[in-house]
Design a protein around this ligand. Structure first.
Ligand SMILES: [Zn+2]
Length: 119
């Protein structure tokens, strides 16, 4: 999976680290269901430094700008019609995002506490 490849690229290769937290930006239009995605991440990160990492998903709302009346609206449903004037001439401002916002790692030789994740 693409996300895992990106995570691996972010990890230092010269020393062992453990990924404790991965924060992702996920646009509404990507049709990713957070719960499903978290489950998938649990599976694909098995036996990798990211195993057991906390997955935080920040949903990016679907935002459109109407080319007719200039209204900017946040939509809960992917209906591409301006709620103000019913025009179909709209531009998508956000909602297609899918990227890693941050990755927190823990190095064994450092005393860093990231909270209680159990043992
Ligand atoms: Zn409009």
């Amino acid at each position: 999976m693409e996300v895992l490849r990106i995570i691996k690229e972010h990890l230092p290769k010269d020393r062992p680290v453990r990924v404790t937290k991965i924060t992702l930006k996920v646009g509404k239009l990507t049709a990713i269901i957070p719960e499903t995605f978290k489950f998938c991440m649990d599976v694909i990160t098995q036996d990798t430094p990211a195993q057991g990492a906390e997955i935080v998903i920040n949903e990016v709302p679907l935002k459109i700008e109407c080319q007719e009346c200039g209204e900017v609206n946040e939509l809960n449903e992917p209906i591409f019609i301006c709620p103000n004037c019913q025009s179909h001439k709209i531009e998508i401002l956000s909602g297609r995002e899918l990227y890693i916002e941050s990755i927190e790692v823990e190095e064994p030789d450092e005393e860093v506490c990231y909270g209680n994740q159990g043992s």
